[in-house]
Ligand binder design. Structure first.
Ligand SMILES: O=C(O)CCC(=O)C(=O)O
Ligand SMILES: [Fe+2]
Length: 343
């Protein structure tokens, strides 16, 4: 990925603090997957107690959720409410720091990690109304601590605890996903590799002067295997597409929204769906979310599981290595990035 960024823009927060009108490069003529619409229906997204995934009823529920919505609200995920409160608090405190303090962790042009805003990859790209802090959390030895805030003082400790819990949940869920498809339970874990990566992306959406014209995050499908999204406790904004229609994702304050990523769609030969989703901007309230991306070990080749290819279901995807390299080429086109991996 390094080197593809053509230019680095201003943080959204700086635009807001300088009181300027919405710049042209944030304005969507019409979003690729439909126009911005704040009045879509609330989605009936399945809610699954993931402490019960040993039971066949819950496994059936899981399979059905991931094959239709491509996401579900996980409750009883093993991360205590107090830790969720803590991570929300330190994230908010970080984004409230003066710009000069946050800039100590600034993302370098062309790199992923650090504090920054939407990467400018195309000359005429429409930008997301969002600032973010992007950190690699697993494997622990590969953390780039120069980007891990030391202010607020407890940030690193709390993120470390959260990472450990997420890592357990990821493993448990990847096994359950395999079992729900009658596959050997380590099947996805092996495909993704021992040294697979987990990244954290703290999203901050400042209030936006024209939420009818700008988007918090453009429509996209995640390039991960699976994603854990901790929504803002109070402020809505996330929409997910199902059968070509948009739905609001309801807030369940301590649930994690588990989203199928493109790698999982490839491994399951299209049985699990990597859904297109977007986040709206909000005129009055700021919004914070924490997104955890679980991705394959770098260089691993990802392809459909053999057992999921048969006469009724021909192979849909090629083997793909370093899928994220192709990801941004499709980022802003009117098709899902995963189409790059189709035959
Ligand atoms: O913040 C949200 O609600 C969505 C974020 C998201 O989809 C992402 O960071 O990939
Ligand atoms: Fe996403």
């Amino acid at each position: 990925m390094a080197g593809v960024e053509v230019e680095k823009g201003k943080h959204v927060q700086e635009l807001v603090e300088n009181g300027i009108d919405l710049p042209n490069n944030y304005i969507w003529e019409s979003a690729n997957f439909g126009i911005i619409n704040a009045s879509v229906p609330l989605g009936d997204i399945p809610v699954i107690d993931i402490s019960q995934l040993t039971e066949s009823k819950q496994l059936d529920q899981l399979q059905s959720a991931l094959g239709s919505w491509g996401c579900f609200q996980a409750i009883n995920h093993g991360i205590e409410n107090s830790l969720v409160d803590e991570i929300r608090r330190v994230a908010k405190e970080f984004f409230q720091l003066p710009m000069i303090e946050k800039q100590k962790y600034a993302r370098k042009t062309g790199e992923y990690y650090g504090y920054g805003n939407d990467m400018i990859i195309f000359q005429n790209q429409t930008l997301d109304w969002n600032d973010r802090l992007y950190l690699s959390i697993i494997p622990v030895e590969e953390r780039k601590f120069q980007y891990w805030p030391q202010n607020p003082e407890s940030f690193r400790r709390i993120l470390h605890e959260y990472s450990a819990r997420i890592q357990q949940t990821e493993k448990q869920l990847l096994k359950a996903m395999a079992r729900s498809l009658c596959l050997e339970e380590d099947c996805f874990l092996k495909k993704l590799g021992e040294r697979r990566l987990i990244d954290a992306r703290f999203n901050f959406y400042p209030p936006c002067p024209r939420p009818d014209l700008a988007l918090g995050i453009k429509p996209h499908a995640d390039g991960s295997a699976i994603t854990f999204l901790l929504q803002d406790k109070e402020v809505e904004g996330l929409q997910v597409m199902k059968d070509d229609r948009w739905f609001h994702v309801p807030i369940i304050p301590y649930a994690l929204l588990v989203i199928v990523g493109d790698q999982m769609e490839i491994m399951t030969n299209g049985i699990f769906k990597s859904p297109v989703h977007t986040a709206l901007a909000n005129s009055k309230k700021e919004r914070h979310t924490l997104v955890i991306f679980c991705t394959p070990e770098p260089g691993k080749e990802i392809e459909p599981v053999g057992e999921l290819i048969n006469d009724k279901r021909p192979r849909l995807y090629k083997a793909v290595r370093n899928y994220m390299d192709t990801y941004f080429n499709f980022y802003q086109q009117a098709k899902r990035p995963i189409d790059a991996a189709k035959f």
